[in-house]
Design a protein around this ligand. Structure first.
Ligand code: DC
Length: 211
């Protein structure tokens, strides 16, 4: 059983995905962490984000156990991740890791940008979680402020818009809803309401037991 969840930064897809995985006892993979870890490892090697070959090397030697790293959450790493995510060779390397993960019994929830379109086009249920950019920026602003980062609301909104543009405009596996994805707009929803709405959509599609 595979549940694919896609959507832009700070849409709430990560929180919703983790809670869905907990509810059904499925494994959960935040695929953004793979791209973030590649960007981190490129920087740690003193290599350039602008060189596909350096990013590929980092992707090929990626250590899954290094994904549980708080430093992957900071703003600069997300930006750098969306740069290395443009490289087809990096995406192809990370695709294998994601496919292996998606086969975990009894089921897996993967979230990202291209899960329903490229990684798991045959997923049992696909969600595309989104929210207005201003709301996403406010959520990210609060998150980063809590982590102690010195950011402004305007600066975070600008970053979110830039990242959306980079992720939707890249040639390889751009961010977009799969044709058969169920849309969930969390603009006016809090975490629990978003989760409840997601469970309703999934139940309607594949009839899993609800909360
Ligand atoms: O979900 P996130 O913010 O942690 O993702 C960081 C970047 O990684 C995102 O801007 C684009 C890239 N990414 C991707 O291209 N494909 C995915 N499946 C997940 C993330």
């Amino acid at each position: 059983m595979i549940i694919a969840v896609d959507g832009p930064a700070a849409s709430g897809k990560g929180t919703v995905s983790r809670k869905i995985a907990d509810l059904y006892g499925f494994s959960y993979l935040d695929t953004g962490l793979l791209y973030r870890a590649v960007a981190r490892d490129v920087a740690a090697a003193g290599a350039s984000l602008e060189a596909e070959s350096d990013a590929l090397k980092a992707a090929q030697s990626l250590d899954f156990s290094s994904l549980d790293d708080d430093s992957l959450r900071i703003t600069g790493v997300g930006e750098a991740a969306s740069i290395v995510a443009r490289y087809p060779s990096v995406r192809a390397t990370l695709l294998d890791l994601q496919l292996q993960f998606s086969r975990k019994p009894p089921g897996a929830v993967l979230d990202g940008r291209d899960i329903g379109t490229v990684v798991c086009p045959n997923a049992d249920a696909k969600l595309y979680v989104t929210a207005d950019p201003e709301i996403r920026a406010e959520r990210r602003f609060l998150e980063l402020s809590n982590l102690g980062e010195s950011v402004t609301r305007e600066g975070v909104l600008e970053m979110i818009l830039q990242r959306d543009a980079r992720d939707t405009e890249r040639a390889d596996s751009p961010m977009r809803p799969a044709a058969d994805a169920m849309l969930l707009d969390t603009t006016k929803l809090d975490i629990m309401q978003s989760f409840d709405a997601a469970v309703e959509l999934i139940k309607r599609k594949i009839g899993l037991p609800g909360t």
